[in-house]
Design a protein around this ligand. Sequence first.
Ligand code: 5AD
Ligand code: SF4
Length: 442
Amino acid sequence: MTKKVFMNTMGCQMNVYDSTRILDALAILGYEETQKPEEADLLMVNTCYIREKAADKVFSCLGRFQEIKQERKKKGQETLIAVAGCVVQALGDAFLKKAHSVDIAVGPQSYHKLPELITQFNRKNGRKTIAEFTSIEKFDALAQPTSHGCTAFLAIQEGCDNFCSYCVVPYTRGCEYSRSAEAVLNEARALVDTGAKEIMLLGQNVDCWHGEGLDGKTWHLAQLIERLAEMDGLLRIRYTTSYPVDITDEMIAAHRDIPKLMPYIHLPIQAGSDKVLKEMNRRYCVAQYLEVVEKLRKARPDIAISSDFIVGFPGETDSDFEQTLAVVDKVRYAQSYSFKYSPRPGTPASLMKNQVPEAIKTERLSILQAKLLELQKSYNQTFVGKNLPVLLTERGKQKGQLNGYSPYLQNVHVSLPEDRLGDIVTLHISAATASSLSGETI
Ligand code: 5AD
Ligand code: SF4
């Protein structure tokens, strides 16, 4: 009999990718995905630890899972609760002590062991956590994935050695490593063969990918992308996240020369004050960042640039914050993500004495977000009246509507029949808001 699994994925795109790999691994045990938690034999949450709010969400989700488990028990149904992701890695064995309802917990580098853990648990071997750093082994152990739509994520690099002073990632995802070009190309082939038209290459610091190439030598990211671009059936290539000063001249040239490489780059600056960047242990100053932006725009004038921002980092003054606003005006971002600084256990910044009061963080965030939203709106409005090639990726909210993405990663709505999903169509853009464009076929 098939069993059902419900998966709640929190956090970043890497977690979205991990969840698809976990679901593929569970399918081998006979688990089929359901969107209804109450009918699931296995309730899973893939967790994020990046900010305190994210970690809190995990425990409220587990509370809901526990209620569902009790309801199901009344009907004589057994339910397993499993947790994956960065919260497990960060808390280790303490996680199961804190989360009483959880049967099995795996860190982000150990989820390939989940099927084995479930089998053991069913043999009454007890609750268990595995939070090891065995990244390479993980990818070797997993079956080749299938694409769950026409755009797919593909992790090529994991972990981070940068140790930005606010960030837990080096502690939860471990040290930086790159998969081989062969592994990446095989996975890309499998994804394209099962329906992917676009692949987003993922890495915490994707520009420092330095995997073994097909010739046995170490390749850099531009070489990998060049090779991927030769793959029949793959129409669009994207990558994220970039560390500003790790972008090579070869990558900049790739944006000029490789038509399948989309004109979009996520280039988190985090803050616009050199003093704050230094305290954050970022390896660049604002002038160096702006130089990278200029080089990218010279190579590919229409490239869309997005960023992450942290406001209220310890010691950030009003004048530091104003410098962040000034950078935003200079770069004119197409999209952005911004957060209040959240002290994370074990990170150097959490121990800094000059923490910024919550009320100031809230105020700065709302000022920054209003500015970013305004810019995003005016960026989108520049496309009204123009034609854009749009990859149709999913059904829209309204009947008869499809959603897709422009080369610049703008969400575009259009009225078209469902059989056009997976096509790239040229649309005439008729309207724009801060969050999306509307288009018509021409
Ligand atoms: N507080 C707030 N934001 C954070 N980020 C990472 N760590 C923290 C933290 N402690 C943000 C950064 C990063 C994005 C993924 O999350 O902006 O680029
Ligand atoms: Fe975290 Fe910095 Fe690494 Fe990004 S580069 S994952 S912010 S430590």
